[in-house]
Design a protein around this ligand. Structure first.
Ligand SMILES: [Fe+2]
Ligand SMILES: [Fe+2]
Length: 295
């Protein structure tokens, strides 16, 4: 992998925080195998990360002193490493997003839009849920837990879907996405364990997490699709070839990365669900060796 990696902090957790130093200067404009459709699809995801992952960090940090969590030393170490990994992801995706700007793709506007959506959802849902005894902190934790299930699931699909992998032809971008995908699966249980410590395993917790996943996925689908269309339209690439590529590699039943997520996403609705039920250790070990990532 053409990138310098440092373990910046272990924090005693079960996974490390790796400091990455990607250089995006030589990344071509349409870095997904020359496809404008797929490049903008991935860029639309990348535009969500700086504000989205900051939200995850803030949400978990806001409840780490909750009585149900504060004395759990092991979980506190996992939280520290989770915050460290998400901070690195934000940093590297922000670096790529800035680099994409030079081609005229206004990713900065999409980053700002992401933040606006998050803050709007927080404001209105926070008010609506107050009568049900769900505080702003609890709403944020529910949202984070749901979205962490999404990121872990799309990440594990990226690591197994050879159709999309065959198109990740740029070495810098493929290394960044695979590194991020590995780490999303390393820390996939952290937000959930915090959630379960605080909410417990009762009916209220179950209904809260199921409804938050449903709402979060609807919002995410609408926002990401809007970003893709906006990038394609501004780039004058909103055409048949772009839509065909996105359908084939994101949504088609045989090759799509999003359609491949169905079973794992639905597992969240099982009453006894836990993120580690889906064992990705062997998958991650293989990828860490392939990418030269220290563990
Ligand atoms: Fe992340
Ligand atoms: Fe994450």
């Amino acid at each position: 992998m053409n990138v310098k990696v440092n373990i910046s902090n272990r924090a005693g957790a079960s996974f490390p925080v790796r400091r990455m130093h990607f250089d995006f200067a030589a990344v071509p404009e349409y870095w997904v195998n020359g496809s404008a459709g797929l490049t903008h699809f991935m860029t639309a995801l990348s535009a969500l990360f700086p504000a989205g992952e900051k939200y995850f960090i803030d949400s978990v940090r806001a409840v780490r002193q909750h009585p149900a969590v504060q004395d759990n030393e092991e979980l506190q170490k996992e939280i520290s490493a989770f915050i460290g990994q998400e901070a690195m992801h934000t940093h590297e995706h922000a670096g790529f997003n800035t680099a994409a700007q030079k081609f005229g793709h206004d990713v900065a506007a999409l980053e700002a839009h992401t933040d606006m959506v998050i803050q709007t959802a927080r404001k209105y849902a926070g008010r609506a849920l107050k009568p049900l005894g769900i505080t702003q902190e609890m709403f944020d934790l529910l949202g984070t837990t749901a979205l962490e299930h999404f990121t872990a699931t799309i990440a594990s699909q990226l690591l197994v879907n050879q159709h999309i992998q065959s198109l990740m032809t740029d070495p810098t971008m493929s290394a960044m996405w695979y590194w991020h995908a590995v780490e999303e699966n390393e820390h996939k249980a952290v937000a959930y364990d915090v959630f379960e410590s605080i909410f417990g395993k009762g009916m209220k917790a179950y209904l809260a997490r199921c409804s938050s996943l449903t709402v979060a996925m609807l919002i995410l689908f609408v926002v990401q699709s809007y970003f893709v269309m906006r990038l394609l339209y501004a780039d004058k690439k909103l055409n048949f070839a772009s839509v065909r590529d996105i359908y084939t590699y994101a949504y088609s039943p045989s090759r799509g990365i999003i359609s491949g997520m169905g079973r794992e996403m639905l597992a969240y609705f099982r009453p006894g669900f836990h993120p580690n039920d889906h064992d990705t250790h062997a998958l991650l070990d293989g990828w860490k060796a392939r990418l030269g990532l220290p563990s």
